[in-house]
Design a protein around this ligand. Structure first.
Ligand code: FES
Length: 93
């Protein structure tokens, strides 16, 4: 872990007008659900792409290898955790 990340503390997650601190859930998806944020999902293991969201700011790290083609600004919430403070956008549909 870099000095920058150590000094940053607990990652902060911003979704729309909600901001909260990452609670060390197994995945970003679990952390969103713990905050009662409606986040799409299906397989919860990186295969279907249903949990795809836009990463507007920050970095995530993957805990598993996904099987979905992603654009540069897209992430799979079911198999990643925040590495820094992040801002994401959940698609409407
Ligand atoms: S829920 Fe299927 S890839 Fe994340």
């Amino acid at each position: 872990m870099s000095d920058k990340k150590i000094s940053m503390g607990i990652p902060r997650i911003k979704v729309g007008n909600q901001t909260f601190y990452y609670q060390y859930e197994p995945s970003l998806l679990d952390s969103l659900e713990a905050q009662e944020i409606q986040a799409p999902y299906n397989c919860r293991s990186g295969y279907c792409g249903c949990c795809k969201v836009r990463l507007l700011e920050g970095e995530v790290t993957y805990t598993d290898e996904g099987m979905v083609d992603l654009k540069e600004d897209e992430i799979l919430t079911c198999i990643c955790v925040p590495e820094t403070h992040i801002e994401i956008e959940i698609p409407d549909d």
